[in-house]
Design a protein around this ligand. Structure first.
Ligand code: ATP
Ligand code: MG
Length: 326
């Protein structure tokens, strides 16, 4: 069966790195039907809306979406797109690659971040000139759904188990519910778990990232801690991510539209190509996904490299080198 893929390059370097990743996908012996769609600042300028309904509908109906980046309108684009795919988990690997300068070259971990609730649930209130409040939402059902995913992720990836990061010693009710729900599912599935307080995790991951493989987090903690780990691996240009829903997924580099280098043809396409590898694996093309990962790793190690990694190669040079290795 042909995989239906929505492709949304978006703004800035999204216009450069997304076609690069599509070139890599097209070089494989898999039949894809690509649906090109538009979103971002440039669409808002033309039409007044950053995310056209056609784009939303495509993301909500195709098997997977590959997204580049949006500039000022990022929140108006990416939040509805995550909703369109019904995403309940954000998968964010942070891996250091040989040949790439990193603060902690021994970092290789994956965050599984709850993607729908916590303090990002949008329930903020201005109660007076002096007082604003925020309601933190945690449900057993969302926590359990995340835990089910984590158990499968651990089994598929050959990991021993996972860590649960939380702050249930202070937020006893909300993080208590999160922790209890996650641990109950893991116990039922026979998956090993270890708890870690999220503040302590921030210290431990800097001192010795090898203690961690898979880290399951509430929404805000996952956002902050995965960015912290991004700092350990040396640069935004290599960090992929996946937003997974029950029936479809949305795959995107962690970096933004990088207006400072947009249009120069020197953006590092690695993060987007690795996001495409995650897309392949999500669609069941595990061998191809692994082949793409290895090809990118080989190029990161031996070059050619884009200027952010100290080289002088173009986006196309790097993409061609990846395809050559494939
Ligand atoms: P946005 O507003 O869209 O988030 P930004 O200015 O915050 O854009 P980011 O994309 O978040 O830019 O990038 C921050 C810095 O990292 C910029 O200097 C950018 O050039 C650099 N950078 C990000 N991604 C890449 C990439 N793929 N290749 C090379 N440099 C990158
Ligand atoms: Mg940014």
């Amino acid at each position: 069966m042909t995989d239906e893929i929505t492709v949304i390059p978006g703004d800035g370097i999204g216009q450069e790195v997304t076609p690069a990743a599509v070139d890599v996908l097209e070089s494989l012996e898999i039949e894809f039907a690509f649906h090109e769609a538009d979103a971002g600042d440039h669409v808002k300028e033309e039409t007044g809306e950053a995310l056209p309904a056609e784009t939303y509908d495509l993301a909500a109906s195709t098997d997977a979406t590959l997204f580049g980046a949006a500039g000022e309108t990022a929140a108006d684009v990416i939040l509805p797109l995550r909703e369109a795919v019904g995403s309940f988990v954000n998968v964010r690997p942070a891996k250091a690659y040989p040949g790439v300068d990193a603060l902690r070259p021994d970092t290789d971990l994956v965050f599984l971040r709850e993607n729908t609730e916590g303090v990002y649930s949008g329930h903020e209130n201005r109660l007076s000139d002096d007082l604003s409040t925020l309601t933190r939402v945690v449900t057993s059902s969302a926590s359990e759904q995340l835990a089910e995913f984590a158990c499968e992720f651990v089994a598929d990836g050959g990991y021993d188990g996972f860590h649960v990061a939380h702050k249930a010693n202070v937020m006893r009710e909300t993080d208590g519910r999160f922790r209890d729900s996650v641990l109950a599912v893991a116990e039922e599935r026979g998956v090993e778990t270890e708890e870690v307080l999220m503040d302590a995790f921030a210290t431990h991951v800097c001192l010795d990232p090898t203690q961690f493989d898979v880290v399951v987090c509430p929404n805000l903690a996952g956002d902050v801690l995965s960015d912290l780990a991004a700092g350990l691996v040396g640069g935004l240009g290599m960090l992929p991510s996946a937003n997974i829903g029950p029936e479809r997924g949305l795959f995107e580099p962690v970096h933004g539209s990088a207006p400072d280098i947009a249009g120069e043809g020197i953006a590092n396409p690695a993060a987007t190509i690795i996001s495409a590898a995650m897309l392949l694996e999500y669609l069941g093309h595990d061998d191809d996904g692994q082949a793409v990962r290895s090809a990118v790793e080989g190029v990161l190690e031996d070059g050619p490299r884009t200027p952010d990694l100290g080289g002088d190669a173009s986006t196309d040079d790097v993409t061609d080198a990846v395809i050559d290795r494939l």
